[in-house]
Structures are given as C-alpha cells and as structure tokens.
Design a protein around this ligand. Structure first.
Ligand SMILES: OC[C@H]1O[C@H](O[C@H]2O[C@H](CO)[C@@H](O)[C@H](O)[C@H]2O)[C@H](O)[C@@H](O)[C@@H]1O
Length: 622
C-alpha cells in the first residue's frame, strides 16, 4: 500500500510515526509483534526528528532485523506513559453493594470484581525518558479506568458501562472524573474519539456521553456537572449531525424517498435524515495495519474498491461492532442472501443505516431536552424534544418491520432491511425510541419477540448474531456484556421483568463460572485482596457456561472493564433475586438460574449443550 498520500482521506492525526507515513508502513510490514496495536502504543525514546532521521538512515533495503533494531533503539515498551495507581479515590474493599447481594458466593465474587477496579485505574504521566519524547496516548487530567489487556487506554462506549459499574461500587469521584475527562476531550477535538489514542482521532464510537452525564448526575446530584456538560454535549451532537448524517434513497417497499428539491437529488428532506457510521479514511487502521492490508489484498488492482474497503473497515470500528456480518453485503448475484457466506471483503458499513446508533442519538436528544428543562432553557428543550420525535418517526419509516414487530438495520442505497436477527435491533426498547408504527407494539408489550426467544434458547447470554463460523467477534457465538445489559433494560422497559431477570441471571452464570474456573473459586472472605484470583473476560461463548469468547483480530482479553461493570450493575439492580450457579457438577452446563442450592440441572457436556441450543434454535426459527 503506497497509501500514505492522503488525498480525500481525513487522517486521524498528523503524526508521521503513529498515524500514517513510511515509518509506520515499514515497521508494521516488518511484523515485529503478533498484534499490530503494540507498535503504535509504544512511546518514543527520543524526540520526533531524531526518530525520523534514524528511520531515514535505514534506507529502502532495511531487513526485518534492521527494523527491529531501529524500534528497540527508538521506542519504549507500550504503557510507558500510563501509570497504574492502586490507591483509587474513595475505593473501599467492601462497598455497600455487597450487602445488597443475597447470595454469599455472588457477594464474594462482587468483592473480587470491585477489587479489579484497582488494576484497571490509570493516570496519564509525563514522558519518562525525555521531554521531547512522543506517544500516541491522548493525555487527560484525571484518572480513568481502561478495559484491560491490549486495551491500555480509555474507550468511548465501554466507558458508559464502566461508569455504571463504578457507581455500583460507590466510586462516584472516579465516575465524575471520567466524565469530566471526556468533556475536556470533546472541547478539544469537537467530538469523542473511538479511544484514548491519537490514531483513533478520525472516528468515534456509539455516542454514550450524554447518557453517562445523566447517570452520574442522577447518582451524585452534581448539577454543576450538568451545567458544564450541556454546551459540550451540544457540540458533540452537532458533530454527529454534520459529519455522520445520511439520507436513505428508498423506503423499505422500494419507493423513492422524496428530496426537498425534485431536480436536485442531493437536497435532503430533513424529515428523512438519519445517522450512520461513516469514516473518511482510505488506508489501513494504524492499530490493525497488517490485518487491513491482508483484508484488502484482493483489491490490489482495484484502487477505488480498496479505498472504499478501508473506509468501511474504519466505519465498522466506529460502530463498536468490529466486526460482524451486520456490516457485510450478504446479497448473492441471484438476489438472495447468505450472511454465513459473506466475508470481511464484502464490508459496506457506510451503506448501512444502524438501529443502535439512531436509537442512542434519540436517547441523547431526549436527555438533552430534559437537561435544558432542568437548567431553564425552553428553546433548547423544545428543539431537542422535536429532534427526538422526528428521529423516532424516521426510524419507524426506514427501520421498523411490523411483520416481526421489531427494528432492523437497512441498506441506504436500496432501502432493504436486513433479514438477519441481531440483538442490536432491540436498542429502541431500551431507549424508548418509538414512532407511531412501533408504539402500539410497545404498548401491548410485544416488541421484538425474537429477544424473548433467545432468552429461552441460549442459557449463557445472548449471542451477537445467529451467523456462525464467520470468525468475526461480533457474530455467533460471542456474548458481549453491553448487549446483555441493554437487552435486560429493554425487557424491563417493555414490561417483561421475568425475562429481564432471567437474562441477567444467565450473564451472571457464565461470567461467574468463567471466574471460578480460572481460580476464583479459591477466594474466600478471608483471602487477602492482593491474592484474589479469577479472570473476567471481554466476551463469552453462548454455547457453553463459563467459556470465554473468541475470534476477531486479537486474542480474547481479560480485565475487563465493561464485563465487570455489567455484572456489578446487574447485582446492584437484582441483588436479592440472583443466585450463584453450579459450575462444576455434571449438569451445570447450559443450565439457567442453576443456583448452588438447587438440583436437577438441564444438560451436561458442551456437546449436549450445543446440540440442545441448535435443536431449540431450529424449532423456534421465525
Ligand atoms: O484493535 C481492534 C479494535 O479494537 C477495539 O474494538 C474492540 O474493543 C473495544 C474496547 O473494549 C470495544 O469498544 C469494541 O467494541 C471492540 O470491538 C477498538 O475499539 C477498535 O476501534 C479497534 O479497531
């Protein structure tokens, strides 16, 4: 890829080391590290121009060993600029939430999850080796929680769930600090990037900052924070409305969407405008450089297609669902669909109108209307409340399917809705984004029945899709904590409390058993905190109790910010109803709500669990 000539791309940053250019290209192509992200997280050991001059001296025929020596001489290990600080403000070994958890085994587990915050807390620190040294880290003034493992920096949408987890642990100050940091970042850049690295500065992630402010203000009554936040949140809203706004060409029935001016196909009627993940970047992602080079190899002789693939890959990363068949063109030449047969080279993210993004923006608009009401600015209140209603109507027009009583992503260019089922479709049940078409279903509690079906089918949490064997981490069988959480809240909002608690229990079952199987069971109330063991995974497997997920561009990570947070928040909400599962006795696999005191669990081995899931799945297929 002689692709470091920028042309129409919007580079994440101007760094010739971390964002684009021959140095990055040469080092990443030398494949010195298993994970492309390692190099771009390494601070320099010298000033920028010394590093660039040393690189120039390598010449054009440098061997892999030459490049390795260059990196060793000029770069420090990743993490060099982030300090791990174990004495967190307000942290207590036994936060009040523990006493809200009826089951003693769950309570010990919650104590151990609360301890994990001390391992994930970071502060930015000045360069250690020289004043002119550089790093890709975005510096913030206050402490923050990272997801863990290779994710050494803060992440945008992860932080929403992390904030809920911190509030569950009574770590109010860190939750406030993280929100204040994020407001600073939006003030500086005009939007919030994917994560805390300069190489993420040309894309965002699902915009949850307004919801974070709402949760933190509700828990702390910090009205000053709300007042500070409001104009900054408006800045972020403007960014989404000017940089990520799209207008579908067709309605789902194939009729043309009218434009404002019939003779100008580009004149968008704002009634039909919605948002999509779209990134102007026609080069490999710096942190997944060789993965992207490999993906686009098939387009070696098709520059336009290759550039579009890079854009759609970056847009897929912006969605937070990187990657999934949600973002692929699954249409076969004969017009039929085959999601399982599609590959990452079929990526078309910018042609997809996503349910979750629009539902989150609806929530942002409703929340900002509410904030304006609180601070006494009725014009703002009216503006955002109108924006939210308009969006809900447009979502109904393009994304709601009365036949299945649920929303689906749709293709912008054809209007066609995605026939595959993804739990992201239930997002409006959580945020309440109903227009006139969907409202009757909401009133009679029959929205998105496939969600209930999945709660009955899978016993260890909802998988991200039904599409198997894609090796993409946001497809079957991976179970992600944020999906479980918003589905639980969506069920609650839709009057389905029993199913909500059941799903919460399923997530607790699998996360608890994973922890127990990785040494957590040895923890007791007497275990010194520093000796606590047991892992929390980034994702799980819908086919097997306590098994971690897999696939994607990197090894499964532990830590893990949002997984801890969702467990803690669910225990806070349903602490007297949840029970610790039986993980090790035969019969525990796949069992739902398999409390230790109870007997007669449903299934045994992984094979049995998998077969059972597959059978129910076939029987219930809509
Ligand atoms: O390096 C590959 C990708 O890694 C991140 O995505 C995944 O981890 C994030 C942190 O937990 C999470 O927010 C995201 O949903 C995951 O898919 C990163 O966000 C991507 O931009 C990056 O390309």
């Amino acid at each position: 890829e002689a692709g470091y000539v920028m042309a129409s791309s919007n580079p994440p940053c101007t760094s010739q080391i971390y964002c684009s250019g021959p140095l990055l290209d040469t080092v990443q192509r030398a494949r010195l590290f298993n994970d492309s992200k390692t190099f771009v997280d390494m601070p320099t050991r010298r000033g920028q121009y010394e590093v660039l001059s040393a690189f120039d001296q390598l010449g054009t025929n440098a061997t892999q060993e030459d490049v390795a020596n260059f990196v060793a001489e000029n770069f420090d290990s990743p993490d060099g600029e982030l300090a791990l600080v174990e004495d967190l403000p307000e942290w207590q070994a036994d936060p009040p939430v523990l006493s809200q958890i009826a089951d003693p085994h769950l309570s010990i587990w919650a104590k151990s999850l609360n301890f994990i915050w001390t391992k994930l807390y970071r502060i930015s620190k000045p360069h250690q080796i020289c004043n002119e040294c550089l790093s890709s880290s975005i510096t913030v003034q206050r402490g923050f929680i990272v997801p863990g493992g290779r994710f050494r920096e803060f992440y945008y949408w992860d932080t929403y769930w992390i904030v809920l987890g911190l509030l569950a642990s009574d770590l109010h100050q860190i939750a406030i600090d993280m929100v204040e940091n994020m407001l600073d970042v939006v003030e500086t850049f005009g939007f919030f990037p994917n994560g805390g690295r300069i190489y993420y500065l040309n894309r965002s992630q699902p915009p949850m900052l307004t919801a974070m402010v709402r949760e933190v203000v509700a828990a702390t009554d910090n009205v000053a924070l709300l007042r500070r936040a409001l104009p900054i949140l408006e800045m972020e809203h403007d960014w989404w409305m000017s940089n990520r706004i799209v207008a579908p060409t067709f309605f789902p029935n194939g009729t043309l969407v009218p434009t404002l001016n019939a003779t100008d196909p580009g004149s968008v009627d704002s009634r039909f405008a919605l948002n999509a993940f779209v990134v102007a970047w026609e080069h490999p992602r710096p942190e997944s450089y060789m993965e992207d080079v490999a993906t686009t190899q098939v387009f070696a002789n098709d520059t336009l297609r290759r550039k579009q693939a890079y854009r759609d890959i970056a847009a897929g990363a912006e969605s937070g669902w990187d990657f999934s068949t949600r973002w692929l063109n699954t249409t076969l030449p004969d017009g039929t669909h085959n999601a399982a047969g599609a590959q990452l080279t079929d990526i078309i993210t910018s042609d997809i109108l996503p349910v979750d993004l629009n539902s989150i923006l609806y929530d942002m608009e409703m929340t900002m209307a509410n904030f304006h009401g609180r601070v006494g600015t009725p014009a703002g209140q009216q503006y955002f409340s109108h924006a939210a209603s308009r969006r809900a109507e447009a979502m109904d027009l393009f994304l709601f399917d009365p036949a299945t009583a649920c929303w689906n992503d749709a293709r912008l260019s054809t209007g066609e809705q995605n026939a595959e089922w993804y739990p992201s479709n239930v997002h409006p049940m959580w945020t309440g984004a109903h227009g006139t078409l969907s409202a009757p279903f909401a009133r009679n509690g029959t929205l998105c029945p496939k969600l209930l079906r999945d709660v009955e089918t899978y016993h260890t949490g909802l998988p991200s899709s039904e599409v198997n064997n894609t090796a993409m981490q946001w497809d079957f069988p991976n179970v992600w904590a944020p999906i479980q959480h918003y589905a639980v809240l969506g069920l609650l909002n839709n009057g389905q409390r029993d199913a909500a608690v059941k799903l919460a229990q399923q997530y607790i079952d699998t996360a608890f058993c994973a922890w127990e199987e990785t040494g957590g069971s040895e923890n007791t109330r007497q275990t010194p905190l520093a000796d606590l063991r047991g892992d929390m995974f980034e994702k799980f497997d819908a086919r097997s109790l306590g098994r971690h997920g897999f696939g994607g561009e990197y090894k499964v990570q532990t830590g893990f910010g949002w997984s801890n947070a969702v467990a803690l928040d669910l225990m806070r909400r349903f602490g007297d109803e949840l029970a610790a599962p039986q993980c090790t006795e035969p019969g525990a696999q796949g069992a739902t709500n398999s409390a230790r005191a109870s007997t007669g669990h449903a299934t045994g081995s992984l094979a049995v669990a998998t077969a059972a899931v597959a059978a129910v799945f076939m029987a219930l297929a809509f």
